[in-house]
Design a protein around this ligand. Sequence first.
Ligand SMILES: *[C@@H]1O[C@H](CO)[C@@H](O)[C@H](O)[C@H]1NC(C)=O
Length: 354
Amino acid sequence: MEYLVVKIMILATIPLYSLAAEIPLVRQVASKYNVSCILVFGDSSVDSGNNNALHTTMKSNFLPYGKDFFDSRPTGRFSNGRLATDFVAEAVGYRKVIPPFLDPNLKAEDLEYGVSFASAATGFDDYTAEVSNVLSVSKQLEYFAHYKIHLRREVGEERAEFITRNALYIISMGTNDFLQNYFLEPTRPKQFSLEEFENFLLSRFAKDVKEMHRLGARRLIIVGVLPLGCIPLIKTLRSAEGCDKSLNSVAHAFNAKLLQQLNILKTKLGLRTALVDVYDMIQRAVTNPKKYGFVEGSKGCVGTGTIEYGDSCKGVNSCSDADKYVFWDAVHPTQKMYKLIAEEAIASFVTNFF
Ligand SMILES: *[C@@H]1O[C@H](CO)[C@@H](O)[C@H](O)[C@H]1NC(C)=O
């Protein structure tokens, strides 16, 4: 554990090319342990474009989103370029990006390299998905079952089984359960105190992980909730000086419970697990941007950097060098921040899984 912390701190302070330097090592480890591909579940932090196929306003398939992606192409990723999961996929081998499962151009031969089932604006609570008309995790798991059928057809029963048993499963969500649901919509607060709501989210999480395990998952990486109070939009809404402490403590406490629940599931189901502490990473980057090669840790790169995200970014100017910013829009991190998060994810599975 001590080693893990030290390793992450070293990784976090190394400049951009560090991931590239790590890649041969990660590939060796991944291939030695038969890591077959990456299968992704969650929200906008890991949605590579599934929402493009949905009737929802929660989309980002227009510029300036994607301006630093390959061919400056907006894909539906809520960032200027690639997401952490894309970098993890590249490090493990095979592909530079994780395609969305609902991509109409997805080919059968792409399936074995991993896909994302994630949907921006979703959460642990199905109601979070409902308010934005996006994919709940139950729906994402249904698609995963479809994925397995297609995969079997493509590569045969035995190989399909090998791929799903040896994949890295990543779940990244929770932010919307608080910001788009509990702290915004009246329904859940009428039913639950904050603590009861958190326990409800954890019970949903346990149910999802059990289903994922039933479908073949054995190696699971969970990405905790961001420091909610450091998100530029939240700071604007709450007129907070620095980060909003009360929301940060909600996120911090929830992550601790998530880790507890994860440890229980790990023992019960016989999983290998790791928690990626994005809370800590982002808070450190926001507090001390220069240390990580950033210049601006407070405002986003698009528009005023204080309120614009999703639809309100359409046709809006963005800063010239997003690598200097922790946040891309008023809610989501830049590609550069995602790269740092990917490094932590890689460090945590290399040390915890093998
Ligand atoms: C990798 O897969 C091969 C073939 O199924 C198996 O013999 C080997 O034990 C696996 N290695 C690990 C570390 O799981």
